[in-house]
Design a protein around this ligand. Structure first.
Ligand code: FMN
Length: 431
């Protein structure tokens, strides 16, 4: 029989109350009617790990199984691997071994605080691998692992007996997408708000990322400011804009958008209209924490009154800063994917590239900032759709963009600022 070592999980204590009652902290789970042996085992657990090289008495085994299922203890098996539960086990630990199994496509082996840890968005428990000899069979490089190891991996959700790609749901989810979903939401994995959401975790450790991005050199192009008072009464109604909005993929190159129109679209969708507090601007679209990490980079192939090229929209000054030439190969790589979905494979008249200065969000938010950034990209995209419709312009969102081309065109480090969306803008071709 394997040697089983139980250790209280970090932060867990057993409060022994009276002769037969224990309260497990911090969950405050009350265990009553315990006989002397389980009480002694809990007392011993408070002092340190407890080890069994033969089956523990049934009443002790039952209490330990309960603690393991509740995530209150870790269980090391033969000092080869350790189960570290973070939520309740769905079933008792199996005693009958599985014949064959292989690592789930969702499991990732990585180093966490110096330990080799197997993690999966489908598991209820991490597994720390402490015996290097298990690594080869784990990765399918040998079949030299004890049956109990695979049985425990199947039980914990890290290994599967069948092919995961025969069911639609598991075939459809890519590992990175399920990881992203699991780790950027509260639920099975993140069960407390202690390190989730707007915790301002970096406060005191790192300088916050300033509201204003580093300017691009070169002479900025002034943009027209639309008359919002006149638009409040004379503009298309909201209902008409929502109902008439559609994706436009065919444009009239003989009548491209004017610089004034581009200025109006940018002003109405993305300008900095005020400051809520120091470092927290207000813009026409909502943004988590009022952090406004998104930047707009219009790439102008053809427009009246402005030279072709890639620009950055300075949302505070309401100007366009030149970033790169239209012939720059990286700028062409940004335009190419958009051309694939437009009529006759034509390049867009104007492409708004949406980029995120991710550190604005990441300084404040834990675990979920990238997920929120993608929501912001969707929100700004809808504003662009509606305002373009109201202005008689046409547009279509783009589901993808070349992030490497954005880094090459702007010279910005992807870890500081990266492409998260694109929106084609132009004058619709006559029906
Ligand atoms: C996030 C997002 C990404 C999109 N990506 C593309 C795209 O890459 N190419 C394209 O032609 N249309 C794209 N679209 C437009 C959709 O195809 C379009 O909204 C949908 O067919 C509904 O049509 P409608 O917008 O005319 O109502 C995208 C839309 C959204 C919201």
């Amino acid at each position: 029989m394997a040697t089983l070592t139980y250790t209280l999980a970090p932060g867990v204590k057993c409060l022994l109350a009276g002769a037969d009652t224990a309260v497990i902290l911090p969950s405050k789970t009350r265990l009553e009617g315990l006989s002397p042996k389980p009480m002694a085992a809990l007392r011993a657990l408070n002092a340190g790990p407890i080890r069994f090289s033969a089956d523990p008495p049934a009443d002790v085994a039952a209490v330990l199984a309960h603690l393991l299922g509740a995530g209150a203890v870790t269980l090391a098996i033969d000092e080869a691997y350790t189960l570290r539960p973070f939520r309740a086990a769905p079933s008792p630990r199996p005693t009958v071994g599985v014949a064959t199994a292989h690592l789930s496509k969702f499991s990732v082996l990585r180093q966490v605080d110096g330990a080799a840890v197997l993690e999966s968005p489908r598991a209820w428990c991490d597994v720390e691998i402490t015996d290097p000899a298990l690594l080869a069979p784990l990765l399918g490089l040998s079949d030299n692992a004890p049956a109990q190891f695979w049985t425990d991996l199947v039980w914990t959700g890290h290994a599967v007996v069948d092919d995961e790609n025969t069911e639609f749901a598991t075939a459809a989810w890519g590992p990175h997408e399920l990881w992203f979903h699991r780790r950027s939401t509260v639920g099975d994995r993140t069960t407390s708000w202690a390190h989730f959401g707007p915790t301002r975790w970096a406060d005191g450790r790192f300088d916050p990322v300033p509201e204003a991005p580093a300017p691009y050199p070169g002479e900025a192009v002034a943009l027209r400011t639309p008359d919002l008072d006149a638009l409040r009464t004379g503009d298309m109604s909201l209902t008409a804009a929502v109902e008439d909005r559609r994706s436009v993929r065919e444009f009239d190159d003989d009548h491209p958008p004017t610089l004034a129109a581009l200025g109006e679209l940018l002003y109405r969708s993305a300008r900095t209209r005020a400051s809520v507090r120091e470092g927290l601007p207000s813009k026409p679209y909502p943004s988590g924490g009022s952090l406004y990490e998104l930047e707009v980079y219009p790439i102008v192939r053809v427009a009246e009154g402005v030279a072709p090229g890639m620009y950055h929209y300075d949302s505070a000054a309401h100007t366009l800063e030149p970033v790169a030439d239209i012939d720059d190969p990286a700028v062409q790589r940004l335009l190419e994917p958009a051309a694939l979905t437009l009529a006759d494979g034509k390049q867009p008249q104007v492409l708004f590239v949406l980029a995120a200065r991710v550190g604005r969000m990441m300084w404040t938010y834990e675990q979920m900032p990238y997920a929120v950034i993608l929501k912001h990209a969707g929100i700004l995209t809808q504003s662009l759709y509606l305002i373009a419709t109201a202005m008689g312009l046409g547009g279509v969102a783009q589901g993808y963009g070349d992030t490497a081309a954005f880094a090459a065109a702007t010279g910005r480090d992807e870890l500081d600022e990266c492409l998260v969306g694109s929106f084609v803008v132009g004058t619709p071709a006559a029906d």
